[in-house]
Design a binder for this molecule. Structure first.
Ligand SMILES: C[S@@+](CC[C@H](N)C(=O)[O-])C[C@H]1O[C@@H](n2cnc3c(N)ncnc32)[C@H](O)[C@@H]1O
Length: 280
């Protein structure tokens, strides 16, 4: 079987199991397993696929058609133009989060901010993107789970950012409160799925750690962040949170009650509010 025939077969298998971006995924799978460039796949070389390669690809497809996220199967994701290691202990970074990161980078550059914290860091995607674009910053990458921090460590090592990204185990902002550390900018995409929404999501979501997605009680992750926020922000410092659009008013009120000022909203390409920017 040559690459073109295999590409067509993968597309059929993925399409039949309800995967929308089947062509894109088929290309990613071929690129990764056959170790050839996307450009070569586009020109559909007549190159034959060996039996070993065929079985490697079959293993990937067998998992993917059960709707396991491709990122977990390939142990790789792309975020803000960077390739990152990933496994099923961390959330698969979402495209809309790139818009939150973009705003944070803008704020950091405008205000010459130096000390940043990414709360609920997951794979470290936000912290690493900021470190990569803002070379003057030092960043705390915070999460509450050891298995998550192992993934962050790998990615920080991959980009040789050990000197600029400090990996911290903490329940949200407790570490900073206890150590009396003050921050210029906090960015967070905390768990925000409501329990009743969780029942009716895409099948892929159920492969992701529930601790990344759902908090015990509606908006509790934001309440938790808010409980220490004024103790850890410098005067004029900025807080950027990604939000569940359905909870925007409740989340806004939690931080307004802490006397932060709502400065900006962040919308996605469908004009939905997905982030809030506050200032101390
Ligand atoms: C929605 S995920 C965000 C992951 C990543 N920052 C991103 O944007 O793709 C939320 C993260 O918050 C972490 N988390 C959950 N409870 C936490 C807590 N009590 N303290 C700190 N982090 C927590 C989860 O482990 C998870 O990595």
């Amino acid at each position: 079987m040559n690459v073109r025939m295999l590409f067509e077969k993968i597309c059929i298998d993925l399409k039949e199991s309800g995967i929308n971006w089947f062509e894109t995924e088929a290309r990613i799978i071929l690129e990764k397993v056959l170790n050839i460039s996307k450009e070569l796949i586009y020109t559909f070389p007549k190159k034959n696929v060996s039996l070993n390669e065929f079985f490697e690809i079959k293993k990937v497809i067998d998992r993917r058609i059960l709707r396991e996220p491709l990122e977990y199967i390939l142990n790789e994701t792309e975020f803000y133009g960077l390739k990152l290691y990933i496994n099923n202990n961390v959330l698969v970074p979402r495209q809309e989060t790139e818009l939150i990161v973009e705003r944070a980078i803008l704020k950091i550059k405008e205000n010459n901010f130096k000390t940043i914290a990414d709360i609920g860091t997951g794979s470290g995607n936000i912290a690493i993107s900021i470190a990569n674009c803002c070379p003057e910053t030092n960043i705390f990458a915070v999460d509450n789970f050891n298995e998550v921090l192992d993934v962050v460590k790998k990615n920080v090592f991959l980009y040789k950012l050990e000197k600029r990204i400090k990996i911290i185990k903490s329940n949200y902002l407790e570490y900073f409160k206890n150590k009396k550390i003050k921050l210029d900018l906090i960015i967070s995409n905390p768990p925000y799925v409501i329990s009743k929404e969780y029942e009716s999501l895409q099948p892929e979501i159920y492969y992701e750690p529930i601790t990344s997605l759902v908090c015990d009680e509606e908006v509790c992750s934001y309440k938790n962040i808010a409980s220490n926020i004024t103790k850890v922000l410098n005067k004029g410092a900025v807080l950027i949170v990604e939000i569940n659009p359905r909870l925007k008013d409740k989340i806004k009120d939690i931080f307004l009650a802490k006397k932060l000022k709502l400065k900006e909203i962040i919308k996605d390409y469908k004009n939905t509010i997905i982030g809030l920017v506050f200032q101390n």
